[in-house]
Design a protein around this ligand. Structure first.
Ligand SMILES: Cc1cc2nc3c(=O)[nH]c(=O)nc-3n(C[C@H](O)[C@H](O)[C@H](O)COP(=O)(O)OP(=O)(O)OC[C@H]3O[C@@H](n4cnc5c(N)ncnc54)[C@H](O)[C@@H]3O)c2cc1C
Length: 390
């Protein structure tokens, strides 16, 4: 076994041993059915130090690389996709702080200290009808005399809504109409003016409890402001670090879903018998071909995630190609998850369609991959322009 594979196996055993994953898988069905948050999973993850994965030794953590965390997240998502998707948001915030420190910017080191002290970070960026996502905001950031801001707006799909204690978010300061500015920073949970929507009844990833967050003059303290950036496509280390961690870790979740769907598809073919052929469907050529094609699609996905994660860890400079690489890895992973889940359903046939079957939930969870930004439609112009425009 190579050093790398041995390390991967050791990390899997330390943070996500098989018996833990089995408990998560059993509970995922319950959380989904009852539409409730994954409290017990979170407690067990926290106890194992999973919330500190990215925190470097300088701050008392194990300092895992993005590649290593990506592999763990794939493993976790194979058992409990919604738990993995939601905990991603906390991991991403700490991963961003580590990535910035690795590049000499220590402005987010406080995130690492607070994560070690038990704070839980969430990601409050998405807003209704803001397809600029991080490059603009419909949330008003009204400057205060002390250098802080009052935030007024709605953030949609805030995963970890029942438990987060720190929210990375952004708003737009229009106090100088000639120079609008995006304000990035953190809100503390006990700040007045933060309300969590009581509505959450979605098709998949239900345990993530990604409820909307309503900000009514919620105060971002001056010491919690981390960036002031002009709107639009303005290069910045913070937004680059967020994009990299976001795309690759979200992609990791859907890669894990795709892999688990293939396992369930294979189990389905082995179990079902064909009266016509007198064998199980595992020996029926059409069924084997269908599963083989999905497997082929899947195998490119972890390879792509790994290549770009390692490049990111090694500070490789892909320049203007970075967004293409990162977004393609996440889109391909989400597409593979949906394709593998559909293929697996065809392999299990009617039993997988039963609401109590794991595949039924996995299929719904995979569907959430359609909605992470940028969507395929929003990303296509970027891929076309890279080849066609000067
Ligand atoms: C499972 C899951 C978890 C996610 N987790 C996060 C996360 O942690 N952080 C994050 O920033 N993004 C998160 N996202 C958001 C995601 O990345 C997209 O940005 C989002 O799905 C964009 O959806 P859209 O394009 O359909 O939104 P749009 O079409 O722009 O907006 C429509 C959505 O906004 C809701 N909405 C509109 N107005 C209001 C209002 N006034 N109050 C409440 N809700 C309103 C609608 O119900 C609808 O769901 C998550 C998405 C999913 C599917």
């Amino acid at each position: 076994m190579t050093d790398r594979l041995a390390r991967q196996a050791e990390l899997a055993e330390r943070y996500l041993p098989d018996d833990l994953l089995e408990r998560f898988r059993d509970r995922a069905a319950v959380y989904d059915r009852e539409n409730r948050f994954f409290d017990e999973d979170l407690a067990e993850l926290a106890e194992r130090g999973y919330l500190h994965l990215f925190v470097p030794a300088s701050h008392g953590g194990p300092g895992l690389s993005l590649d290593e965390v990506s592999q763990l997240q794939q493993r976790l998502a194979g058992a409990a996709p919604a738990t993995a998707l939601a905990i991603n948001m906390h991991l991403m915030c700490t991963g961003v702080a580590k990535a910035m420190a690795d590049r000499g910017d220590h402005s987010l080191d406080g995130v690492l200290t607070e994560a070690m002290a038990g704070e839980i970070f969430a990601f409050g960026i998405s807003e209704p009808s803001n397809d600029w996502v991080m490059q603009d905001s419909t949330t008003a950031a009204v400057p205060q005399d002390d250098g802080g801001y009052l935030l007024r707006g709605v953030k949609i799909f805030t995963s970890l809504s029942p438990v987060w204690t720190r929210l990375i978010t952004h708003g737009r300061d229009d106090s100088d109409p000639q120079n609008p500015t995006l304000i990035y920073g953190f809100l503390e949970r006990d700040t007045p003016g933060i309300d969590v929507s009581d509505r959450w009844n979605v098709m998949g990833m239900r345990a993530s409890q990604s409820r909307a967050t309503i900000l009514t003059d919620a105060r971002m303290k001056p010491e919690r402001v981390v960036r002031r950036i002009a709107p639009g496509r303005v290069p910045d280390l913070l937004t680059f670090a967020i994009t990299s961690n976001f795309q690759l870790l979200i992609g990791s979740v859907y890669a894990g879903v795709a892999h688990r769907a293939l396992e369930l598809g294979a189990a389905g073919l082995r179990k079902r018998r064909s009266a016509k052929s007198g064998t199980t469907y595992a020996e029926v050529p059409e069924s084997r071909t269908r599963l083989a094609d999905a497997h082929l699609d899947y195998l490119a996905v972890p390879a792509q995630l790994q290549a770009y994660s390692r490049d990111f860890d090694e500070l490789a400079d892909h320049g203007a190609r970075w967004p293409l690489l990162l977004v393609s890895a996440r889109l391909n992973a989400a597409t593979a998850a949906r394709r593998c889940a559909e293929t697996a359903l065809m392999c299990t046939s009617g039993s997988g369609f039963d609401d109590d079957h794991e595949l039924s939930r996995l299929y719904r969870d995979a569907t959430a991959g359609l909605f992470h930004p940028p969507s395929a439609d929003a990303a296509r112009p970027m891929f076309a322009a890279a080849l066609l425009d000067d």
